[in-house]
Design a protein around this ligand. Structure first.
Ligand code: DX5
Ligand code: ZN
Length: 219
């Protein structure tokens, strides 16, 4: 059976002056997931949007993929669950101790939503492997987190391949998502390497979003 690729537009690249209209445009374009980039200006060098903003589209009928680029993500999980998050992904670099990572995985799972972990491009891939049996998704950053509109870092392709082999040889259920610099060319590299979910911001923000989502799904 052929794999169905999911596309998750990143709201970060859309017009913040008309957020609800933009969320509806994303839904009408038949996006699979809505990717929400939460940045605190500490974990990354940028501040995006947070809880009160997400509240405005909490009832939007789309799967909400929350990407936390913040320190102390455990303090904010309850709030994002209240805002109808379907998946919460946090960064491994946010913690020093393995037990803290495992505690947060457990906490998110107890909320009966999906849990993901992510690593920055320069973090060794080995760090993430011990958690793959316990999570629903691993997010491979293909740019340095913080800003939309950057170019895809090539080493992401090999990282996806390695993760794919690791996950599938062990029969784990973990999905692989890629985030940063995704367009038709880089999406193809990621899909061939075994990715399941493509996040795309700047590539999808224009009025061709519906056609572009279909294109990405058929590469
Ligand atoms: C970067 C964010 C990405 C970003 C993707 O820190 O996690 O989700 O918005 O934007 P593009 O597709 O423009 O690289
Ligand atoms: Zn993201």
């Amino acid at each position: 059976m052929e794999k169905v690729i999911k596309v998750a537009p990143s709201l970060l690249s859309f017009n913040f002056g008309e957020l609800n209209k933009e969320v509806n445009r994303i839904i009408n374009a038949k996006a699979d997931w809505l990717h929400l980039d939460i940045m605190d200006g500490v974990f990354v060098n940028n501040i995006s949007f947070g809880i009160p903003v997400c509240e405005t589209f909490k009832d939007a009928k789309i799967f909400k993929d929350v990407h936390l680029m913040i320190v102390n993500p455990h303090l904010y999980v309850d709030k994002f669950v209240e805002l109808n998050a379907n998946l919460i992904t946090f960064h491994l670099e946010a913690y020093k101790k393995k037990s803290d990572v495992l505690d947060l995985i457990k906490k998110i799972k107890e909320k009966k939503i999906m849990v993901g972990i992510s690593i920055k491009p320069e973090t060794p891939l080995e760090y993430v492997l011990p958690y793959l049996k316990d999570v629903d998704l691993v997010l491979v950053m293909s740019v340095e987190p913080g800003f939309g509109g950057q170019s895809y870092i090539e080493n992401a392709t090999q990282r996806i391949k390695t993760l794919y082999d690791y996950i599938h040889s062990r029969g784990y259920k973990c999905l692989i998502e890629v985030d940063g610099g995704i367009n038709e060319k880089t999406a193809k590299l990621a899909i061939d390497a075994g990715v399941d979910v493509l996040v795309a911001g700047s590539y999808l923000k224009d009025d061709k979003i519906k056609e572009k989502i279909q294109k990405l799904k058929k590469l």
